[in-house]
Design a protein around this ligand. Structure first.
Ligand code: FES
Length: 237
């Protein structure tokens, strides 16, 4: 028999919330209808704490909500001006660090970075564009890897594996020089469902399933219909 879960109580911006011991702040907030923006997290996989978009503050200390467990009596600050501005600056930074040409991107409307930029009403980034020289790996049979749009969240590295548990994607180098790699032989052997999942796991338009472009027309895609986070916020209305 599984052990009963221990209920605990905490607040987010003063809102009383309930959680279970062992949940992260991000998960517990979601269960209480509170949206904390997140980019590198993918439910069901170990959090990487890579993007810091989920940063919250507890007792004056900032922390990643996707990795920090919630504790009894915790008072979490989430939707406060300085944290929102910090998150917006991180999103702006991700835009200027790569080459994101949203109007020509297959993921436009399904892109979490773009959707967050809309949520945070990003207009002109406060940082200069870097226009890095990056490549496109288009020679693979099923998967195209567009490095210009990669935000190095590592969701693909953690979440795309073959049936015999081999990693299809990897990461070279660290920090700014980090580069995602793909084993095109393994990628070509992925069953159709998993190849599509690889594309879905990527929060931006960096991993594309070849030959199925624009199946859902622009204007009818996920975030064309409802803003990111609204599903969480609506769930507890
Ligand atoms: Fe928490 Fe990226 S979602 S660090």
């Amino acid at each position: 028999m599984s052990k009963p879960k221990t209920p605990i109580h905490f607040t987010v911006d003063g809102k009383k919330c309930q959680a279970f011991l062992g949940q992260t702040i991000l998960q517990a907030a979601k269960d209480n209808g509170v949206y904390i923006p997140a980019l590198c997290r993918w439910e069901g996989f170990e959090p990487a704490g890579a993007c810091r978009v989920c940063t919250v503050r507890v007792a004056g200390r900032t922390m990643a909500a996707c990795t920090q467990p919630v504790t009894e009596g915790m008072a979490v600050e989430n939707n406060v001006p300085d944290l929102q501005d910090m998150r917006k600056s991180l999103i702006e930074m991700l835009f200027v660090e790569g080459n994101h040409m949203c109007p020509t991107c297959e993921k436009s409307g399904n892109c979490e970075l773009q959707a967050l930029a809309y949520r945070f009403q990003m207009l002109v980034p406060r940082f200069p564009f870097q226009f890095p020289a990056r490549k496109v790996e288009a020679a693979g049979k099923k998967i195209l890897l567009e490095h210009n749009r990669c935000i190095k969240c590592l969701r693909c590295v953690r979440g795309v594996r073959t049936r015999d548990n081999k990693a299809v994607f990897g990461a070279l180098r660290r920090s700014r020089d980090k580069e995602i790699t793909v084993d095109q032989a393994l990628a070509a052997a992925l069953p159709e469902k998993q190849a599509r999942q690889a594309m879905d796991r990527c929060p931006v338009g960096s991993i594309l399933r070849k030959e199925v472009g624009f199946v859902v027309p622009i204007g009818k895609r996920k975030y064309d219909k409802e803003p990111i986070g609204s599903d969480v916020e609506k769930a507890k209305d």
